[in-house]
Structures are given as structure tokens and as C-alpha cells.
Unconditional design. Structure first.
Length: 299
């Protein structure tokens, strides 16, 4: 019963946050990646505004190197729920010279998303961007408030965070500023998966164990894709794997697993000694990689 009450409490808090966003802001948007956290946000938004439709669009910043399973799921979900989806492409920024493609062993487009996101916020004049970041994921994200103000350059100042006492959320912003909103800040990875199980939420097949061509580098298992740099000695082999987190395939590694159901995934996570983002190479570039990207305007 305690676990159920805790889940209900987390759900109620998230629903409250969604309603506060619509009450306090004029033009919100939900940042959607096609991953489990943003899918959970969609379900919570449905509950917050039922029987009405979700009253804001979804925004996906497409790196062009996403897993095909994620894109297929995104389009299916949007069609089924009758949602408005806005997609902006990192490739367009590369083609126009706004972003420079990385090269080499650890090349990735993940960091290139920032400029594309900031341009989209400016294009549509979004004043609140709802995201699925959780404080348990990474130490920089642990510093975030639920309403996290960004200045007119999209920058985040970790030393200038507003107090959120007694669940009071302050959405007052100056012209040009916007707020990043994190309704599941207080959830853990296990909370998300438990909620997915309870709500019977459909997720991309990539989260379940499947056979895939992968190669090993730095103790991690990488998808043998044309988008992922691979040296001659890094020979692909077929293994039974799944992905705990879904991002740009150039920075998201798989884990060996036989978990082919939600219940098995939940049990696997309970027993894991490695964090969810332990398979994200973009967090390993430097000690303060995530914090630096957030200061520059990253999600």
C-alpha cells in the first residue's frame, strides 16, 4: 500500500504542476524525445486536463541520428492522441552553418541540439518548456527547481534559483525569459517504470530486450549504425540488449539484458548497481559536462 500511495502522491504533484503551467503561462510546450520520461509526461498531461485534450503542442528536436523505433513511436502516439507535433531538425542548422558537425571517435550531435532548441523557443515564443528531467539522473539536474528560469539568451544560472517553499511555484518572468518546467523532478527511474507498469503505457520496442548488432568500446555497447563512428578493429557482433535511456544513438549505449517485459525491466532496475545515465557517453566528456550544457541553454 505504501508504494501505491507514493505513486499516487507523485502523480498528484505532477498533475498540479501541469495545471500551474497552464494557469501561469501563455504559450507552453512539452519537449518530447520519444523516451519513457516524455511519454510519461504525456500520460500525466492527459490526466491533468481530462476530458479536454492536452492544451499545448509537443516539440521534438530531431538530431537526425535518433533510433528509428523512437521516431516511429513518436508519430504513432501523436496520431492516436490527436496532438500537435512541432519538429525542428539539427541537420537544418548544420546545412545553414549555424552548427558544426563533430568528427572523430566520440563525435555526436547531442550537444548541437541546444541551438536548434533555442531557435525553436524564439520562433514560437514559448514561455514555458516542459521536460522530463529528474533530479536522480545526474548531479547538475539535482540542482534544478521545478520552475527553472532561463534568461533571454536561454542560459541557466545554477546560483540564481528561486525558492519553492510549500509547493508554491513562481512563474513570473521578464520579457525574453522562459521557464523550463520539470513535473517529474522528484521521481526516480524506478518510479517512472513502476508508473508505466501500473498505467500499462506503451513504450518504444527499443526499451525491451532484443537482438541487435553492437560493438564494444570503453566497456559500453554501441549500436552498429552508420551514424556511430566505428574503428576497423571494432567488429560488430549480435547480442541480446536493451536501452535504459533513449537519446541520440551516437551517445547512447545499450546494456545486455533478457528483460522483455515491463515487470522484468522493473526487477532489473531494482537489482542494478549502475545509474541510468551510466550508458550516456555525453555525460562522460568532462566532470561538469551536463552542467555546462545546461548553462548554455540545453534541456
Amino acid at each position: 500500500m505504501g508504494a501505491v500511495l507514493n505513486q499516487n502522491t507523485l502523480e498528484s504533484e505532477a498533475v498540479y504542476i501541469f495545471r500551474e503551467v497552464v494557469a501561469q503561462f501563455e504559450n507552453p510546450v512539452l519537449l518530447f524525445s520519444g523516451g519513457k520520461d516524455s511519454i510519461t509526461l504525456v500520460r500525466l498531461a492527459q490526466k491533468a486536463f481530462f476530458p479536454a485534450k492536452i492544451p499545448f503542442p509537443l516539440l521534438h528536436i530531431d538530431t537526425g541520428h535518433n533510433f528509428p523505433e523512437t521516431i516511429e513511436f513518436r508519430d504513432k502516439l501523436v496520431e492516436e492522441l490527436g496532438l500537435k507535433l512541432i519538429v525542428r531538425h539539427v541537420q537544418d542548422d548544420i546545412d545553414s552553418g549555424k552548427a558544426i558537425e563533430e568528427s572523430g571517435k566520440y563525435s555526436s550531435r547531442n550537444s548541437l541540439q541546444t541551438n536548434t532548441l533555442l531557435d525553436a523557443i524564439e520562433e514560437f515564443k514559448f514561455d514555458a518548456c516542459i521536460g522530463g528531467a529528474r533530479r536522480d539522473e545526474e548531479k547538475a539536474r539535482a540542482k534544478e527547481r521545478i520552475f527553472s528560469v532561463r534568461n533571454d539568451f536561454g542560459e541557466w544560472d545554477e546560483k540564481n534559483q528561486r525558492p519553492e517553499v510549500f509547493d508554491m511555484l513562481n512563474g513570473r518572468i521578464e520579457i525574453g525569459q522562459n521557464v523550463r518546467v520539470f513535473p517529474i523532478s522528484n521521481w526516480t527511474e524506478l518510479d517512472v517504470w513502476s508508473y508505466i507498469a501500473t498505467e500499462n503505457i506503451e513504450i518504444p520496442s527499443i526499451y525491451y530486450a532484443h537482438d541487435r548488432e553492437i560493438f564494444e568500446r570503453d566497456g559500453l555497447l554501441w549500436s552498429a549504425s552508420e551514424y556511430v563512428y566505428r574503428e576497423e578493429h571494432e567488429i560488430p557482433v549480435k547480442k541480446r540488449v536493451r536501452f535504459r535511456t533513449v537519446g541520440d544513438m551516437t551517445c547512447t549505449a545499450a546494456v545486455e539484458s533478457d528483460a522483455d517485459s515491463i515487470d522484468k525491466i522493473v526487477q532489473e532496475i531494482r537489482e542494478s548497481a549502475i545509474s541510468e545515465r551510466g550508458a550516456r557517453i555525453d555525460d562522460k566528456r568532462s566532470e561538469a559536462a551536463m552542467e555546462t550544457r545546461k548553462q548554455q541553454g540545453y534541456f
